[in-house]
Design a protein around this ligand. Structure first.
Ligand SMILES: [Zn+2]
Length: 273
């Protein structure tokens, strides 16, 4: 099987970057300007949440909030403080999600983007609280919500507190539904575990990036548990689209226009209803 879950796909350092898919030599600056999409083969590199927010929002419109929620080692889990410290240094983030408000093609929205470079984009207490803050902000301002999920799942260092975030975030999304406010969920590579088992799977529209790995347990775990071979491409975005789990696949180059069009459609329905 060609599973490459552990293969690093974020943009490495240096002036030039080799595309892992087509081997083209890409100028790092140009690649960053293209929000991490190879101009030759459209390979999607992993990008950080600030770059992600910039790729989706009108220039200069993003205003962050929720950053006063900061992670703490509540369970005194061995090594967790060190993990957080290393992640802060490596990613320049203070948690695995960035939330705020901004404009998308002129529309006010609340937005949250997970960042895989911070403890694998895992969801602990603070990620849950920030996503709730984004949903509550949308509710308060009567705006749509857009979340980009990119995560290894629940944060094991926060144990049951981490699992509780599945219920907290799902409840926050349910309130948006009751208020008739649209929520678009974007699934980037990889989107697994407790994140896909909660808010990421609850979008009114669920859009995945091409080739993204999406699933609850990893393919190896499933294969050993059920003792059977899994079909080719199992848990990739294309397979999930074919089986009705997601609504569409969209390249990052046209994602902003696609999400904006979904939001306009859903918002128009709401006004005339
Ligand atoms: Zn390429």
């Amino acid at each position: 099987m060609g599973w490459k879950f552990r293969k690093k796909k974020n943009i490495p350092g240096g002036l030039w970057v080799k595309c892992p898919s087509c081997n083209a030599m890409l100028q790092r600056k140009k690649l960053e300007e293209a929000f991490g999409v190879c101009h030759d083969c459209e390979h999607h590199f992993r990008i950080g949440s600030r770059q992600r927010a910039a790729s989706l929002l009108d220039e200069g419109s993003f205003v962050e909030f929720g950053n006063d929620f900061l992670p703490r080692d509540l369970l005194e889990f061995s090594g967790y403080d060190g993990t957080l410290e290393r992640s802060r240094k490596r990613s320049g983030m203070n948690e695995a999600v960035l939330v705020g408000e901004g404009r998308m093609e002129g529309m006010e929205i609340a937005i949250g983007c997970l960042d895989f470079s911070f403890v694998g984009g895992s969801m602990g207490m603070v990620v849950g609280s920030r996503i709730m803050a984004a949903a509550e902000h949308a509710l308060e301002k009567s705006t749509p919500l857009v979340l980009v999920a990119m995560s290894g799942g629940a944060r094991m260092q926060e144990g049951a507190l981490s699992l509780m975030q599945m219920a907290r975030t799902s409840a926050a999304i349910a309130k948006l539904g009751e208020a008739g406010l649209p929520y678009v969920s974007i699934l980037a590579d990889p989107c697994t575990g407790g994140v896909i088992a909660s808010f990421a799977a609850l979008g009114d529209v669920i859009i995945a990036e091409p080739g993204a790995l999406i699933g609850f347990a990893g393919p190896r775990v499933i294969q050993t548990t059920i003792g059977a071979q899994l079909p080719e491409g199992f848990q990739r975005a294309e397979f999930l689209l074919e089986h009705g789990f997601i609504d569409r696949i969209c390249s990052r180059t046209t994602l902003r226009a696609e999400v904006a069009s979904c939001l306009r459609f859903l918002s128009t329905g709401r006004q005339t209803a």
